[in-house]
Design a binder for this molecule. Sequence first.
Ligand code: PLP
Length: 401
Amino acid sequence: MKAPLGFSSTCIRDAKDALTTPPHQLPIYATSSFELESIDQAMAVFQGREKGHVYGRYGNPTLDAVARKIAALETHGLELEAEALLFSSGMSAISTLLLAQLQQGEKILTQGNLYGGTTELFLKVLQPYGVEPIFTDLRDLDGVEALLQKEPDIRLLYFETPANPTLACVNMDALVKLARAYDCKTAIDNTFCTPYLQQPFRFGLDYIVHSTTKYLNGHGNSIAGALVGRDAEAMRGPIWQTMKLAGTNCNAWDAWLINNGLKTLALRMQRHSQNAQTVAEFLNEHERVARVNYLGLPEHPDHALATRQMRNGFGGMLSFELKGGLEAGMQFMRNIEFCTMAPTLGDVDTLILHPATSSHLKVDQAVREANGITDGLIRISVGIEDVDDILLDLERALAKR
Ligand SMILES: *Cc1c(COP(=O)(O)O)cnc(C)c1O
């Protein structure tokens, strides 16, 4: 008989789960490392001959399960395969992709109206390492081709469609064809749409990034990101390696929260789109509103393009221009009661932001306006509440001076 363990050793030994039936819900593997069965198995796993987990920064079963689900959604109904990894934030997914894909002296071709953090990452972090971003209007396809021709060091074309705050779109099909002709990889930030509304792989994109913080999670309770790629060798090779060495991995708890949110993604995106369409039509008729930017309105300049690239609706994001500039914008925000004032998007509740006095307060007015962020612009991430409550709040806020 084995000698019984001491009290302290009994405390320390982990409780082993005596599962007789599998759990119905995804378990959270809260462990920093994995127990290796034998020296032979350890060697096989370390050498990559055998599948298995080693250390939490390299991978974890909870993360793998959720990453596989996101890859399955981005390839759903398409005859292709992709792999995904989860990251500690959307920014960390983007920076890992760029660190893994670009060498010193190489260039990124991109647009001016990106998510602000991404623009700053390009300019303040990557540029000092010798990776130069070139900002251009990606709707000008001749201009894009001229740049690709002139600058053979452009190795990545990176864009957002639709983009903040005017929801301007770029033509994915045309851009991917151009990039391919010049042997340049393509990446899109698909945060605003999610695969329910837009599957960039249909248009031949190489990489898709997400801030899962927004719609994929949908409940505003975790910061995380995802990267999905069709090139399995790159995903398992340099990208995974950069993630594990830079330590940009997600953790099991946040992955679990994303998984919980994902269960209702289709229902949420349907309701977000429905409510946003109703709100956009209401604002469009209002006398105090100069202009509404929503892709579901036939008068949006990219309505036709979005109809071709998107499906199942036009999403929950919209913005509108109040008559009366800065003062009108500030007064409107003071009048809001039901909707939440918060600098995020994609949550189940309606979120309102006045970029000129919040997210873009420190941005030079000329730069701001060049990207469509005027003094009277209000951005709404329309939630999935009863739409009448949202309409009533907006109506009241617009009426009160
Ligand atoms: C929020 C956001 C990001 C950054 O994601 P984090 O999870 O906050 O790091 C990137 N792109 C878009 C479009 C976003 O909305």
